[in-house]
Write a protein that binds this ligand. Structure first.
Ligand code: 5AD
Ligand code: SF4
Length: 452
């Protein structure tokens, strides 16, 4: 199918799944003639792919829409009308409210409706603006979202995201995901394998499997049974060309023996694990409905490290959940000291409308949250620097990804997801080289190639 060339501008907020979804939207619009643009000014269609996980997310989207309005009006005066669409979790949460508050918006559509985007645009063309689609359709949206063409994949580089699972049934009391992304759903092994094969055939060397609860994966396998993530990883590792596999985000309760064994036995499964704990206090973990204790987490970390002792752990923390005392916070600091992280993300608790946490009394004052976050981040930063420093002198396999800042330089990734700068030829992108780590910067390593 070919059509008049049109410009598409997508702004992506939030998590890696949104990055994947934005690429899918762009892929599904390509046959309608849409080419991607880096600026909203020349776009015939602007999509804001939004995130609702924390603070003032909706407000940020409304102010971005305020900036887009004059661009749209200006284009209209010049006889080049533009459409404005809002996708993602804010769209899901706000729905009709969005078109009421921001009439600049022509289309609001939730994460489970992306495969219907061409039809939704047709509805706007026919009925005018104000179309809102936030249903959770019964059909499998992934069945309608094709893997991208080889040319589009090549343009995106040698690493790729692949969503294998979506939604969440855990209902942590601070989190909007079960409401915006819906119930947990796993794609079939066959669908995932087909997509991974296409990625590999287009030069992708590293695939990161995505899911809000990725290790709760339980998709249907070719044998008709339900497959775990560990089994899926082993299966995907057999695809020619795929050298590295990663997955994110995991829940401690869903780390099963098959997955831990994959880390022990399968060299393509990278020794890096993002395993959020959120808090180190059992009282707060209970209030958060995390369904595990700090001790459970410690034991899990021990099991994982026994399987792969060089594994780098990463985490998410929330400070200032309602009712968090100094002692609760200190328990989190103790947990961090005990586990020792290579990397971590940390946030002040932000009450999300509609979640149980938002209705709890005893909200922690803002200045207390800020002070705790500051101390927590200082400790995590110390651990990250120590982890990076311990890599100096090691020889690590590095996947060369893209040009670096300087001529003759490339940036790659270590197994532990650290960016590594080294001198190499552009033609080497996609190769895995052995690199001697010589120094550490703020967030990256410098190295030289020992062998190709
Ligand atoms: N407030 C602060 N942080 C949150 N997260 C999720 N919901 C909230 C919230 N209401 C954090 C958690 C989660 C990460 C993706 O975002 O740490 O693991
Ligand atoms: Fe949110 Fe908890 Fe589900 Fe993670 S496990 S997506 S934090 S509800």
């Amino acid at each position: 199918m070919s059509a008049e060339p049109k410009k598409l501008f997508i702004k992506t907020y939030g998590c890696q799944m949104n990055v994947y979804d934005s690429d899918k939207m762009s892929d599904i619009l390509a046959p309608l003639g849409y080419e991607q643009s880096d600026i909203p000014d020349d776009a015939d269609l602007v999509i804001l792919n939004t995130c609702h996980i924390r603070e003032k997310a909706a407000e940020k989207v409304y102010s971005e829409l305020g900036r887009i309005r004059p661009i749209k009006e200006d284009r209209l005066r010049k006889g080049k009308p533009a459409l404005v669409a809002v996708a993602g979790c804010v769209a899901q949460a706000e729905g009709e409210e969005m078109v009421r508050r921001a009439p600049v918006v022509d289309l609001v559509f939730g994460p489970q409706t992306y495969h219907n985007l061409p039809a939704l645009l047709e509805r706007v063309a026919k009925n005018g603006s104000g179309v809102v689609e936030t249903e959770f359709p019964a059909e499998d949206k992934f069945a309608h979202l094709e893997a991208p063409s080889a040319a589009r994949t090549i343009a995106r580089g040698v690493t790729a995201f692949l969503t294998i699972q979506e939604g969440c049934d855990k209902f942590c009391s601070f989190c909007v995901v079960p409401y915006t992304r819906g119930a947990e759903f796993s794609r079939s092994v066959e669908q995932i394998t087909t997509e991974a094969r296409k990625l590999a055939a287009s030069g992708v060397r590293e695939v990161t499997l995505l899911g809000q609860n990725v290790n709760a994966y339980h998709g249907i396998g070719p044998d008709g049974g339900s497959w775990s993530l560990g089994r899926l990883l082993n299966h995907l590792s057999e695809i020619d060309g795929i050298a590295r596999l990663r997955y994110t985000t995991s829940h401690p309760r869903d780390m099963d023996e098959e997955l831990i064994s994959a880390h022990r036995e399968n060299p393509k499964v990278m020794p890096y694990l993002h395993l959020p704990v959120q808090s180190g206090s059992d009282r707060i973990l209970k209030a958060m409905n995390r369904q595990h204790t700090a001790q459970f987490y410690f034991d899990m970390v021990d099991r994982i490290r026994a399987a792969r002792d060089d594994i780098a752990l990463s985490c998410d923390f929330i400070v200032g959940f309602p009712g968090e005392t100094d002692a609760d916070f200190e328990a989190t600091m103790d947990l961090i000291r005990h586990v020792n992280y290579a990397q971590a993300f940390s946030f002040k608790y932000s009450p999300r409308p509609g979640t149980p946490g938002a209705d709890l009394g005893d909200q922690v004052p803002e200045e207390v949250k800020s002070e705790r976050l500051y101390r927590l981040q200082a400790l995590l930063r110390e651990q990250q620097i120590a982890f990076n420093k311990h890599c100096v002198g090691l020889e690590l396999p590095v996947l060369l990804e893209k040009p670096g800042r300087f001529e003759g330089q490339l940036v790659g990734r270590s197994p532990y997801l650290q960016p590594v700068h080294l001198d190499a030829e552009i033609t080497q992108v996609g190769e895995i080289v052995t690199a001697a780590i010589v120094s550490v910067g703020a967030n990256s390593l410098s190295a030289h190639i020992v062998s190709n």
